[in-house]
Design a protein around this ligand. Structure first.
Ligand code: SF4
Length: 293
């Protein structure tokens, strides 16, 4: 059977995927808002354990497995030879496998060469989830993301050059009120430079046992209300110049669930947000108790 260690996290779009913990924790583990792996010490799991889990899933699920997500926080940091060995076993075990994906921290994308990314893509690892969070250097620094916007664009460009699709996340509210508009604009600028296949927004929410939680307790976090977040999202979407991307704000943290294909749906998304801002009393905001946090 498959043995999961600690809490397991995966993107919403991997809800039906087979999840394997190739690594435990996050090798970086410094982002102030992220509480996913605070209790875990990073390590790469022994290949033999994963091999046994793949064999178990093959016997139990076989042809049903179409997508595999490699957890935890940045499996891409593991050695390319280790990832190749997993991908080889996955392709052999699951005849209907269409895609393997993982979270990729900017740090793990600094480590992997374009050539390694390309070879891993050819072996099946075709999608990375990348938390950009913000395109604003001050916000990135405040979040202790470990890279600035220029470096984020550079490492994302390596994946694109290697033919790996990117699903990117932006953290609404991360700049507080003071930087809200600049955070939205700079984030759109960075996303435009990256041209990811998917872009989604989350709302920054303090999680227990994180530095952000402590900052919030000290009253240092300037929370945007749902209307201010809608205004920030409107600025972000209006500035997006994407040539073919799927946009979603369907993560549980969002107050507004929107989705569309860009550029086709950009105007209707902006109009929808203008409608929310003009008549917030009628806006379909998700109440806090339903936001699933
Ligand atoms: S790189 Fe990702 S998983 Fe690691 S601490 Fe930052 S947000 Fe969390």
């Amino acid at each position: 059977m498959i043995r999961y260690e600690g809490s397991l996290y995966r993107p919403p779009s991997e809800a039906r995927s087979l999840i394997l913990q190739a690594t435990i924790g996050c090798s970086y583990n410094e982002c102030t808002f992220c509480g996913m792996y605070r209790d875990k010490r990073f390590r790469v799991r022994p290949f033999e354990e994963l091999s046994r889990e793949i064999a178990w899933a093959r016997d139990e699920l076989g042809g049903e497995v179409r997508k595999v997500f490699l957890a935890d926080g940045d499996a891409l940091i593991a050695k390319a030879s280790f990832l190749h060995a997993i991908l080889d076993e996955l392709r052999e075990a699951f005849p209907n496998l269409r895609r393997v994906s993982c979270y990729a921290s900017p740090q793990s994308m600094q480590v992997r060469s374009v050539e390694e990314m390309r070879e891993l893509r050819d072996a099946g690892l075709t999608l990375y989830y990348l938390g950009i969070e913000s395109g604003h250097d001050r916000v990135l620094e405040h979040l202790v993301k470990g890279v600035d916007a220029a470096e984020m664009i550079r490492v994302a460009g390596k994946a694109t050059e290697a033919g790996v699709a990117l699903s990117t996340m932006i953290l609404l509210g991360a700049g507080g009120r003071e930087l809200s508009s600049e955070h939205a604009r700079e984030s759109a600028r960075v996303v435009n430079a990256i041209q990811p296949r998917f872009v989604s927004t989350l709302v920054m929410t303090p999680v227990e046992d994180t530095p952000l939680w402590e900052q919030d307790r000290r009253g240092e976090v300037d929370h945007l209300d749902p209307i201010e977040l809608a205004a920030e999202l409107r600025t972000f979407v209006a500035d997006l110049e994407l040539r073919g991307s799927v946009f979603r704000s369907n993560h549980a943290s969002n107050y507004l669930a929107l989705s569309g294909t860009l550029p086709k749906d950009k105007e209707s998304l902006v109009r929808a947000l203008d409608g929310v801002l003009a008549h917030p009393e009628n806006a379909p905001f998700v109440p806090d108790w339903l936001r699933g946090l």
